[in-house]
Ligand binder design. Sequence first.
Ligand SMILES: [Zn+2]
Length: 199
Amino acid sequence: MKCIFCDKDYYRHSTFFHAFFTKDPLCSDCRSAMAKKYHKIKSEDLLVMTFYDYSDLFKDLLLQYKECYDEALKDVFLYEIKDYLHLRYHDYTFIWVPSSQKDLQRRGFDHMRLMLENSGLKYLDALQKNSDLSQNLRSLKERQIMRQNIAIKEGVCIPKKVVLIDDVLTTGASMSGAYHALASKACKIACVALAYVRE
Ligand SMILES: [Zn+2]
């Protein structure tokens, strides 16, 4: 058996416990290189919980999953944290920060949806981006545009307790846009991103 990411022998590159008592699709070496590190980040006007640094390995994993559509990697990202998310947010619904229409069409799948589908967490496909703005909008005005660019999909009813989730937190503009789209509909919104890019 091989590790689904590094393609090396899973057992040779895993501890005994990891190999026989977990169902982790990554070998111990890859899992440790992912370097789980919990942060609470103040981003724009939100407090965002993040679980990994945006390390080279995390970046490579995400690229292979998102851009090469390596579906086998869908469970890797939530593997270590889904039990925690279940416990902490057991009566919340997970809603993800949407990709642009252009990116969704190019990839042919919604990577956040696929990640959540297999996690056992309650989720809802609720948001959309109206137009394809760049992720790297830096100025205040540009970030304000981003804020207004995310909207609730037609006919979707927003639950009262929501966890807003994204893969990577960079400027926080998309997260903030999604938050403000939901703010008038949900009572409680927690913000979570898998990885955090240090500026
Ligand atoms: Zn590996």
